[in-house]
Design a protein around this ligand. Structure first.
Ligand SMILES: CCCCCCC[C@@H](O)CC(=O)SCCNC(=O)CCNC(=O)[C@H](O)C(C)(C)COP(=O)(O)OP(=O)(O)OC[C@H]1O[C@@H](n2cnc3c(N)ncnc32)[C@H](O)[C@@H]1OP(=O)(O)O
Length: 290
């Protein structure tokens, strides 16, 4: 907890923004002009969660004693403070906020907070909360922390469903943005971690949810997404079709992402929307790429 980490710097521009939007499932329908805005330079819009891709930081694992093969991404929250510039160098300050002990034979939950500022202006762009779940590392004698179940979704039909087709090479594409964890591409590492094959980056699922919320709850206005909080419930595999169902209310959206073919719930969470008036819900059929 007392360990300090020197700030990290990274730069991004349209290339990173477009790869991120492609990983999020955008641009799959070549006739959809609203999505073209996120994958085509002349009128580029940026997904507000883009910086999660380059800002990953595993330095805390080195020397911690945690078996890095066994660590999974448990949850992610991005709070947006300012719209992302089209290109920037960003300074990322990282600290460990909490470590919880879920008991012998269970996991350790490591919560890290990062603050991301534009280098040139010093302006705070966003804060990220990263929750990692280190399987098998419980029982070290730390506090258990609150028992925080995932959010529940309303008992009614969703207001919108957004489909994203991942491909068997989605992880290979996503890692070009910075997160080179071999768990997502190397079958031997995946098997050592207890999976039959490489799993998708949690943050790629997060990108997919982010795109779904921006599309259907924000009417493709990325500046309306103020906060996105997502809990990862089960691993996604590259090639899964991921459906994000959402329930939109004034200023908020609750969502659930499911791997359609396997019928497995992958993630759940909430988004805060900047405007009070939600846009009209988009029907599932209208949002599902042909
Ligand atoms: C700084 C950034 C570092 C990022 C490191 C990650 C690097 C990435 O490259 C790796 C990835 O992307 S991995 C892919 C994405 N993530 C996943 O696929 C994980 C999916 N989730 C799971 O498998 C299980 O929920 C699982 C395994 C997470 C938990 O399942 P169970 O073992 O069944 O545990 P469960 O019984 O549900 O809970 C045990 C106790 O832990 C608490 N808890 C679980 N998930 C939590 C979470 N996300 N946040 C906070 N607390 C959490 C539970 O509440 C429970 O606590 P208690 O017993 O006190 O109630």
């Amino acid at each position: 907890m007392a360990r300090t980490f020197p700030p990290l710097e990274f730069s991004y521009g349209s290339r990173e923004a477009i790869i991120y939007a492609l990983c999020a499932g955008m641009g799959q329908d070549p006739l959809d002009r609203r999505e073209l805005d996120f994958v085509y330079e002349p009128r580029l819009k940026l997904l507000p969660t883009l910086l999660t891709a380059a800002a990953w930081d595993y330095r805390f694992i080195e020397g911690s004693g945690i078996d890095e093969v066994m660590i999974l991404h448990g949850a992610q929250r991005v709070t947006v403070h300012a719209p992302l510039p089209p290109a920037a160098t960003v300074v990322n300050r990282f600290r460990i906020a909490d470590i919880f002990d879920k008991g012998p034979g269970r996991g350790a939950v490591v919560v890290a907070e990062t603050e991301l500022r534009e280098k040139a202006s010093g302006r705070l762009l966003c804060t990220h909360l990263w929750t990692s779940y280190a399987r098998g590392e419980g029982g070290f004698g730390g506090p258990r922390g609150l028992s925080e179940p995932p959010v529940t979704v309303p008992h009614r039909e969703p207001d919108a469903v957004v489909a994203a087709a991942t491909t068997t090479s989605s992880s290979t594409l996503y890692r070009l943005l910075g997160d080179v964890n071999p768990l997502h591409v190397d079958p031997d590492v995946a098997i050592a971690a207890g999976f039959p094959r490489p799993i998708l980056h949690g943050l790629c699922t997060y990108a997919i949810v982010s795109r779904a919320i921006v599309a259907a709850a924000c009417g493709y206005a990325p500046e309306r997404l103020a906060m996105l909080d997502c809990r990862f419930l089960a691993p996604a595999f590259p090639g899964d079709s991921i459906d994000t169902e959402m329930w939109v209310d004034t200023g908020t959206a609750t969502f659930r992402a499911t791997a359609r073919e396997r019928g497995v719930e992958l993630a759940r969470g909430t988004a805060r929307l900047a405007d009070s008036a939600p846009p009209p819900a988009v029907s599932a059929a209208a949002m599902t790429p042909a």
